[in-house]
Design a protein. Structure first.
Length: 259
């Protein structure tokens, strides 16, 4: 790292658990962020500010006025622009030393597998169960760690699925895929703006922990928040040995740069 980087990341480097070695791991990391909306906004901003070397931001939607109450990557100037491109510009304004690639597309299963194979870590910042399960299958196939978040109304949740570890559960172990699940959407039920900031920020913190190898990530634990009462709860869960997605994993491959 040069003098400018040492100054920029000084407050990270001062942390004994992170230090120069951890910051160098962040600079070398490649992270895929799926969704540049409510959750993806704070998560991406914090990872860019932290110096994650390569961010791949994926979203096929455009910025709308109703997004601006919570999607802090975007401004009035971005109305009508693709979220991925608006988000890329915001991230590079925060930290021009990193690389940000914007993909304006809806990913199918094959494309998800292709992209997850290229990164060290995936953040699921999507807003529906079908996409979350597709992301989980791709991460299981490539044994790539997954940090998943969700938020609706006043409730949010976060968990980490470290799919490099055979003992780690996957998203399907906790939320089995089903056709009869009633899904709530922000467009019809609403969401508290700061809630997505809380959840997305925790996703960013978990991502930094996984990349640097510090602390204890939320593997096998679901962290939930009730923002109306400001209560946090943790639920522990285990891998389902009969899970149709992760019970038979491919041989382990090279994992996150925090290893």
């Amino acid at each position: 790292m040069g003098d400018a980087q040492l100054m920029r990341y000084a407050r990270h480097i001062l942390l004994d658990e992170l230090g120069i070695e951890g910051q160098e791991r962040l600079l070398a990391a490649r992270v895929l962020i799926l969704g540049a909306g409510g959750l993806g906004s704070p998560a991406a901003l914090y990872l860019a500010a932290a110096g994650v070397g390569q961010l791949l931001l994926v979203d096929d939607d455009a910025v709308e006025l109703s997004n601006l109450q919570r999607q802090i990557l975007h401004t009035m100037a971005g109305l009508g622009r693709p979220k991925a491109e608006s988000g890329r510009d915001a991230l590079l304004a925060i930290n021009p030393d990193i690389q940000v690639r914007a993909l304006v597309e809806r990913l199918d299963e094959a494309r998800l597998r292709e992209l997850t194979a290229q990164v060290d870590l995936v953040l699921d910042c999507s807003d529906n169960f079908a996409t979350r399960h597709a992301i989980n299958r791709a991460c299981v196939a490539n044994r790539v760690p997954l940090v998943s978040g969700a938020a609706i109304k006043f409730s949010g949740q976060i968990s980490v699925y470290d799919l490099r570890d055979d003992a780690s559960p996957c998203y399907h172990c906790l939320f089995p895929e089903a056709d009869d699940i009633e899904e709530l959407r922000c467009a019809t039920t609403g969401v508290l703006g700061p809630l997505v900031g809380m959840v997305g920020s925790v996703q960013a913190a978990e991502a930094i922990k996984l990349i640097t190898g510090m602390g204890e990530p939320l593997v096998g634990r679901l962290l939930s928040v009730d923002a109306l009462r400001m209560q946090w709860h943790t639920i522990r869960f285990k891998r389902d040995p009969e899970c149709p997605v992760c019970a038979r994993r491919a041989p382990a491959a090279a994992g996150c740069s925090g290893d």
